[in-house]
Design a protein around this ligand. Sequence first.
Ligand SMILES: [Zn+2]
Length: 117
Amino acid sequence: MIDGALLPFWLIALLWVGYGTLGFYFLFSRNLARKRRLLRPYVLGSGVLFLAVLIAMGFPPLMLLVALPFVVLVTFLNLRRGLRFCEQCGSTVWSIVPFMKPRHCSHCGAPLTTPAA
Ligand SMILES: [Zn+2]
């Protein structure tokens, strides 16, 4: 256990990996309405959980203040730039080019116009 840590590392890692595993739902589900409804809380929850992990691991407050803008930026990018849901087939599409929005569905070829969340 790290000095100042609030929880044992194995529990923190288990929580983080478990939450990440939940994200596979967005990859494999074709239920567009449910994915749109759940993506925003999931991404916001991941940002909050990441900060909670840092706190639980015993990071000092100054490091948390340094990490906070990056967590906010990554959360924004995940919500607005990261991925899209295809209106036609319901699949999840993301661009492999950083900071580029996917323009077409890689499964059916339909144009992607609206952000995922
Ligand atoms: Zn499609």
